[in-house]
Ligand binder design. Sequence first.
Ligand SMILES: Nc1ncnc2c1ncn2[C@@H]1O[C@H](COP(=O)(O)OP(=O)(O)OP(=O)(O)O)[C@@H](O)[C@H]1O
Ligand SMILES: [Mg+2]
Length: 447
Amino acid sequence: MSSDTMVGTLSSDLFEKQLSEEIRYCILLNGKIVDCNYYGHLLIEEYGDILFDHVLEYDQKSLYSFIKEISGTHKVIERVFNQRIKGETHKVRYRGMLDIHNHILISGYIEKTVEITRYTFPETMKTIFNELQFMFILIDHDNQVLFSSDQYINIVKTYEKENKCKHPFGEVIRNMACIMRLNKINIERYHYLEDKLYHIYGIYHQEVNHISFTFNEIEKTEEFEKLIQYKQQMESVSQLAAGFAHELRNPLSVIRGFIQLSTLTNSMDKYYRTILSEIDRMNTILDDFLSLSRKSTKKKGSIPQTIFKSIMPLIHSECLLRNILLKCDIEPSAREINLDESMIKQVLLNILRNSVEAFEEEQENKTFIVQGKTSENAYTLIITDNGPGMEQTVLDQLGKPFFTTKANGTGIGLPMCKKIIKDHHGTFIINSNLGEGTEIIIKLPFI
Ligand SMILES: Nc1ncnc2c1ncn2[C@@H]1O[C@H](COP(=O)(O)OP(=O)(O)OP(=O)(O)O)[C@@H](O)[C@H]1O
Ligand SMILES: [Mg+2]
């Protein structure tokens, strides 16, 4: 890239390194740098021509929304990002705007050098952590490992040797660290490694921007159902089991919505029945969980449009409250499917809740589409949102129980949906494109 190719709107004298220490780029919506000044060029040599690779990993999502925000307005937008420059982490203040040719112009200057005092883990603490039952690691602001206990090193080495592949905890740790730094919170996750399940607890040390993780191996469990039961048994009475709370959250949010609606419209009568039936559903869920008898579902032959149309008012009210446009097109069919109505309802509400949680607040024209189509042997539901979609790394992990990218997620919504559809001898497929949206295709065979 030479100054000859620079976009005309970037005044050439600003590129003179003597005049300005600012970094200047002209980029496309996907972050590709198509033009830059001298300092920008130096950074491209080091980090490549995709701007996302220039900032630290936990800032990439925020850079994505920064670029999106710029592309939707003609105002100057400003934000600070953590960026590696010549081996050191700097806070770089970016200002960006759209020019008349719809190029995204970005300038950045180093605000303040982040003090990097390399922390050394005290020797006495190392001895203690090496003696403990659980594995432990401590990472710094840049996700560099400051200390890892012997047990941790052994497991990682054994795994890498046997499988000849990448770090067994790398992905989950990076994912957790990103959420923890963004929200400045502690979080926990469950993680499968072959047939072992680990409970990982991350503590965020805000003063130094370090994170420590402890890993506890949970006894070998073969099926997801057993995991949920195990989780329930493990939680104390005062803490509701994650799965249990999860199932109750859907009817609760519907009840909340309807009570809000009834105050808005000043009529309780209209919503009274739905609220009562949702409370009954909570009771059923409670019974189900208390007896832990989720295997025996109550399926019966039903015409698809009757079931799906009866669910639509709930979805409609949820969308109304959250400013989401609902489009619904359920093709009638004369043939029946064998299904458990309450379970299928759970699936749809879980999918809707994921879409609701995925939409960014500032997005306009949020849309949720439910289509039902008949084919020769099955009834197909296609559920689409035009939210932010998912990255390939997220898509790759979707089937795994407990995989979540949310600070408060439990990561059992989609595995539960998949399991329910499998119990109905159906198929469940997720397609998603980053920046475009997500599509879920559920196929349920006719009787
Ligand atoms: N419609 C969607 N748009 C974008 N990302 C999605 C969508 N649905 C799911 N995801 C991603 O898939 C992950 C897993 O979803 P899942 O429903 O299994 O768990 P969760 O929503 O994180 O937690 P839970 O449902 O247990 O509260 C989410 O954390 C999110 O990153
Ligand atoms: Mg979910």
